[in-house]
Ligand binder design. Sequence first.
Ligand SMILES: [Zn+2]
Length: 147
Amino acid sequence: MTKGWAGNREHRYYFFLNKYDDIAFTRCPQCNRKTTKERMFCLIIHVDPKNLFSFNKSCRFCADCGLIIVKKTELENYLADICEKHYPDILGNDYLALGTINRALHRKVKQGNLDANTIIQCFIPFIGHKIFETCGGWQPDKFSMGV
Ligand SMILES: [Zn+2]
């Protein structure tokens, strides 16, 4: 699957979609230390059946773990907003955060100067998605996302 993938693949991260509106994760759920900081990432989001969006987003980020934390509500609000305006037929469809792209490419996506194939070749896929539940303490649970 790596054949033909270009671009800088060095900075690869884990992704955690935070479903808790009232928890900001100032303490990293992975290493349990107060290491998370706000940082901007350009996230590539796939929405069924085949739409790609680039979302420049301030995320919680633990540099030690390479873990990006995004609030589910904020991501879904963004998708709902853009779909309502431009792609009403895919509003409410399943979505998946695939990875990140650098800022220069993000700008080209925003300007409509980057086709889907190029985005797929240039984005940096997440190493994997993580899920942390709050019941009974933090319980990291990894599963592969198959990229
Ligand atoms: Zn951490």
